[in-house]
Design a protein around this ligand. Structure first.
Ligand code: SF4
Length: 297
């Protein structure tokens, strides 16, 4: 006997486990929707050398943060539909354009179809899994042999914040398990001539009026993976989309709050990583997602 919550009636691409036909993220089960393909130059420098990173931005999102800068694609699902075979062909086109890596941006909700496409066309350049961190650890294990680099967001420590901004009260536990699993399948960071070939960068976006959450996240990264982990502490928050619903999200982060977070990272002994200038807090680095500029490689 089965019921609606049996595994075969659920999508298992992310921890939400939606019943089929009722997707939280917005995707269809048939196609992979892609919002944009571009030579990306604004990731961390070890990901974006002179030839750039070959970024494929996937439409929809399993986390759908209320403040998302890319809400036209993550919430509204703008993009073009691809079959698995067409996606594999797209991977080949991106690789042949001479970029440093294939950068799969917000891929989680298409995990099973992306793995199918990578089985058809696994590039020789590194494959980057550029994730919100809201991942089933079982799915991270399935990426072994297909993914070389994780750009791994660690967004929230506090359950209340995760629920309020992303409707994912279990985010912290889920992210910790997924991150530990990612480290198992990519056990070391390999950087050659300033370009990352394998490894993990843990990213954290500091939110306005929540810097104490950031301090706890840094503590946890140090505890889980050690203070030799490559971290990227971002200050680029701009109030976007449904951030208007929350008065505490109306500000950019203050220099004082950002400095407290950086000082804590230093105190914990983190030495490898990236920080942003507060002038990064603009929408200038958000790609143009209009469909007439779909492919810009
Ligand atoms: S990937 Fe989408 S449909 Fe699947 S479980 Fe997650 S939110 Fe639901």
């Amino acid at each position: 006997m089965t019921n609606d919550f049996s595994k075969q009636n659920r999508c298992l691409d992310c921890p939400r486990g939606c019943p089929l036909g009722k997707s939280f993220c917005g995707k269809s089960q048939e196609f992979v929707r892609v919002a944009k393909v571009m030579r990306h130059r604004f990731e961390e420098p070890i990901i974006c050398p002179d030839n750039g990173s070959g970024a494929i931005f996937f439409s929809y999102c399993s986390l759908k943060c209320c403040f998302c800068q890319n809400y036209q694609i993550s919430h509204q699902g703008q993009g073009k539909d691809f079959s698995v075979l067409q996606l594999a062909e797209l991977f080949e086109r991106v690789e042949n354009s001479g970029v440093a890596n294939l950068n799969l941006v917000t891929p989680t909700h298409y995990t099973s179809k992306i793995i199918e496409a990578l089985k058809i066309a696994k590039p020789k350049i590194p494959v980057v899994w550029n994730t919100s961190g809201y991942e089933r650890k079982e799915n991270i294990l399935k990426l072994k042999d297909y993914v070389d680099i994780f750009l791994f967001d660690f967004k929230y420590f506090d359950q209340g914040l995760a629920q309020k901004y992303s409707k994912a009260g279990d985010y912290f536990e889920v992210c910790c398990q997924a991150l530990k699993t990612a480290r198992k399948i990519v056990p070391e960071d390999i950087i050659e001539n300033g370009v990352m070939k394998k490894g993990i960068i843990v990213r954290h976006l500091v939110l306005p009026n929540a810097y104490e959450d950031s301090l706890k996240i840094l503590d946890k990264i140090a505890e889980l993976l050690g203070n030799n982990t490559i971290i990227s502490i971002m200050s680029q928050f701009v109030p976007c989309y449904k951030a208007n619903n929350f008065s505490e999200l109306q500000d950019k982060i203050s220099l004082l709050q950002y400095k407290k977070v950086l000082a804590h990272a230093k105190k914990l002994g983190f030495e490898n990583g990236f920080i942003q200038d507060l002038t990064s807090a603009t929408l200038d680095y958000t790609p143009d997602f209009s469909l007439d500029r779909f492919e810009e490689l």
